[in-house]
Design a protein around this ligand. Structure first.
Ligand SMILES: Nc1nc2c(ncn2[C@@H]2O[C@H](COP(=O)(O)OP(=O)(O)OP(=O)(O)O)[C@@H](O)[C@H]2O)c(=O)[nH]1
Ligand SMILES: [Zn+2]
Length: 373
């Protein structure tokens, strides 16, 4: 992580702003798409997105993810609001509010005026569609995004999926055994993206749940939701179903923990392939990295893609890492050195808090491990 410090500082500041603004939309949950779209137009000026300038008579705004969005006027009588399930080349498959699917092209003006053409439309986007013929249409407008999962490679940002409300961090109690530091990595990524994490520990049928209490206790104390579940016996599945209903959820977790089994158990019609041999060596079977939103019968969507399964610490930099560990935050400002990494520095308020038992030692070690990676 070292060596990139200067360049990333500006982003760091930007991300801080994003995090503050994020709180505005987290309070907007539970609305229908139409309400949501209407309210996202009306919140301009409240801080969810900022007006930048007018382009070709349309407003250019910056949304909560720091992206520029052009808000073209749409004829709401003639158009319908929908959700992009997947993007295949120039065609976006959109599910409209009435449940029907349409293969849509994107209005040329949207593309022409976009600052980053490749991501004019992404899976998860809420879009206004002008229907065309039996099952086609034109995307006339893309609503501002929130909860964007992206990755940066060679300096370019690749949007994987947008408007994600929550990420299920799936671990397993056994086979493979639970790896708390890996859960922490996913949690940090979720904190960075401003997406609410839900920790799901699957295969609870294989152990005595009491064994997990110390670990669950640490996370629960930090305010994280933890579910103990079993795709095999169905334990905890009703709660999971309720958590997924009506929301957009991404699913993350290492191979073999039971992500496909969980989704199949929730929605038997999905027929996702479940690993038959408990080895890690069939990595080649996922060949695509494009995201696909899977509609759930109970309302809501899950997105399950290799890119998110391996949801790593994309773009998290040394200087911001301590801010993503909830329990470190209150102490960071008390350290003597403003750029304290809470590793070798003396004195350090974070290390004192670990020594005094206010910060869990394993979590602190997990922080150090991420710092060094
Ligand atoms: N005992 C038990 N086994 C389970 C449970 N859930 C899944 N399994 C088994 O765990 C293995 C892996 O399950 P998958 O659903 O393929 O795991 P995955 O996380 O989707 O794996 P990848 O596709 O490699 O990412 C399979 O043999 C499942 O039958 C559970 O709750 N209890
Ligand atoms: Zn410190």
């Amino acid at each position: 992580m070292a060596g990139k410090k200067k360049k990333v500082r500006a982003n760091f500041r930007k991300n801080r702003n994003v995090r503050v603004r994020k709180n505005d939309w987290t309070s907007e949950k539970g609305k229908t798409d139409a309400e949501d779209a209407a309210s996202s137009q009306s919140v301009t000026g409240k801080g969810e997105f900022t007006r930048k300038r007018t382009v070709a008579g349309a407003e250019l705004v910056e949304d909560a993810s720091g992206e520029e969005v052009l808000l073209l006027d749409v004829d709401q009588e003639a158009c319908s609001l929908g959700r992009v399930l997947r993007v295949q080349g120039l065609v976006s498959v959109v599910q409209l509010a009435d449940g029907t699917l349409r293969n849509c092209a994107t209005r040329r003006l949207l593309k022409t005026l976009s600052t980053d053409q490749r991501h004019v439309v992404a899976a998860g986007d809420r879009v206004w569609v002008r229907p065309e013929g039996e099952d086609e249409g034109f995307i006339e407008r893309v609503e501002p995004r929130r909860g964007v999962i992206s990755r940066t490679s060679r300096g370019r940002r690749h949007v994987i999926v947008t408007n994600v409300d929550q990420v299920l961090i799936v671990a397993s109690a056994a086979e493979p055994r639970v790896k708390p530091n890996l859960i922490d990595r996913y949690l940090i990524a979720a904190e960075k993206y401003g997406i609410e994490p839900v920790i799901c520990i699957n295969k609870i049928d294989l152990i005595d749940p009491a064994e997990l209490q110390p670990l669950v206790g640490v996370y629960a104390q930090l305010g994280y939701r933890v579910l103990l579940i079993s795709a095999t016996t169905g334990q905890g599945m009703e709660r999971l179903r309720a958590i997924l209903a009506g929301r957009q959820s991404a699913v993350a977790g290492q191979s073999g923990v039971g992500k496909s089994s969980l989704l199949n158990s929730l929605e038997p019609s999905l027929g996702l392939r479940v690993q038959t041999v408990s080895t890690d060596n069939d990595k080649g079977r996922h060949t695509t990295t494009t995201a696909e939103m899977i509609p759930l019968a109970s309302g809501g969507y899950v997105v399950d893609t290799p890119g998110i399964r391996q949801f790593q610490l994309w773009d998290v930099i040394e200087e911001e890492l301590d801010g993503f560990f909830r329990e470190l935050r209150p102490y960071v400002s008390q350290c003597r050195y403003p750029d304290c990494t809470h590793d070798h520095e003396e004195p350090c308020a974070v290390k004192d808090a670990v020594a005094d038992g206010y910060i869990n030692l394993r979590r602190y070690e997990s922080y150090l491990q991420m710092l060094q990676s």
